[in-house]
Design a protein. Structure first.
Length: 352
């Protein structure tokens, strides 16, 4: 196999894999490498251990060479999106596989995503795909409360994200810094749903009541380790703590008749605008949106939640069909993000 050329001064890791897959792990500032003409470049924010087997399967099935680019930074979704923005006049990425949606919508607003009408789209709810056919959602995670059952009694168990601001739990609850990834998406959705004033009041109360961690994984670990009584995190981080045997349980928040419901955030996949052949990117889109890929991601350690309407296997987690889901307006959330981010940067700057 011919490897991608490297600049001598860049610290990159190249791993040769079977089935024509080359994985390139690089920092946000990196990028002194060249694309082969017969190579499909995929920027992916989903953890390598979960996305790599899927890309290997695609390469094995189609014979298409895939170079998967993984950002090594903690705020990888933002890093990859910013990289694409910087490369807009000389695009390198063919397909962006994002593990959330907010930054995909940023790229959509910038006009960097190409239109593709996938025949697989008919299997997915309309709220998880764009009206202009520039992105598709699949394999979701839910925003949940992970509760330590040794600390919190059944009668005191939290039922809403509003419990993060309850003074009763001061310094015993937590959330991730709300500037990146799914926590940022969640914040933007609340700003859109509630309006800026109510959302600001909520986050100020949370700031004064909760511990702010670097990421959702750290929140889940703080709950399982007993530092926190409960915390707001993602289902993929929560289920790992459950299956590792810790005394924790998942609560899907805000399930009452008048409550807002639990937010489900999909992975998203999109084609970047370029002058290159579209056949390989379109084939990858169709492949990722298959029932088989949804099942593989659901059965993996992160237990991604299928959105494909023909997935009928037993799941380890609830889904939008089995619990009340928030009616999120993702486009509206993206429009709110600039003002949301300014506010959150001012008040959430020093996570543990």
């Amino acid at each position: 196999m011919n490897f991608t050329p490297l600049c001598a001064k860049r610290a990159l890791r190249i791993v040769s894999l079977p089935f024509f897959v080359t994985v390139v792990a690089l920092s946000v500032g990196g990028g002194c490498w060249q694309q082969r003409e017969d190579q499909l470049i995929v920027y992916t924010a989903l953890d390598r251990e979960f996305s790599e087997p899927i890309l290997q399967g695609f390469a094995r099935e189609t014979g298409i060479q895939v170079a998967a680019v993984y950002d090594l930074e903690a705020n990888k979704t933002v890093g990859l999106a910013n990289r694409i923005l910087r490369e807009r006049h000389r695009p390198r990425c063919n397909v962006f596989w994002n593990n959330e949606i907010l930054n995909t919508l940023r790229l959509q607003e910038e006009g960097l995503l190409d239109i593709y009408v996938s025949p697989q789209a008919r299997h997915y709810p309309s709220e998880f795909q764009s009206d202009d056919f520039t992105w598709y959602g699949f394999a979701a995670r839910a925003r949940v409360l992970l509760v330590n059952t040794r600390i919190v009694s059944p009668e005191d168990c939290p039922q809403s994200i509003l419990d993060l601001a309850n003074p009763r739990w001061k310094d015993r609850v937590g959330l991730a810094k709300p500037l990146f990834g799914t926590t940022a998406t969640h914040a933007a959705c609340l700003f859109d749903l509630w309006g800026p004033e109510q959302a600001k009041e909520f986050f100020l109360r949370v700031r004064d009541n909760a511990k702010v961690k670097v990421g959702n994984k750290q929140v889940a670990q703080a709950v399982s380790g007993g530092e926190l009584a409960f915390g707001l995190t993602d289902t993929d981080d929560a289920i790992i703590e459950i299956e590792n045997g810790f005394p924790v349980k998942i609560v899907y928040p805000d399930q009452g008749d008048e409550a807002i419901g639990t937010l489900f955030i999909p992975n998203t996949v999109s084609i970047l605008r370029s002058h290159q052949d579209r056949e390989a990117p379109c084939r990858l889109i169709d492949y990722l949106l298959t029932r088989e890929v949804e099942i593989k991601l659901a059965r993996g350690r992160s237990a991604q939640i299928p959105l494909h309407n023909e997935v009928d296997i037993e799941l380890r987690l609830q889904n939008p069909k089995t619990v009340k889901a928030m009616k999120a307006n993702f486009s509206g959330a993206a429009e709110q993000w600039d003002r949301t981010a300014r506010f959150l940067r001012r008040h959430f700057v020093n996570p543990d």
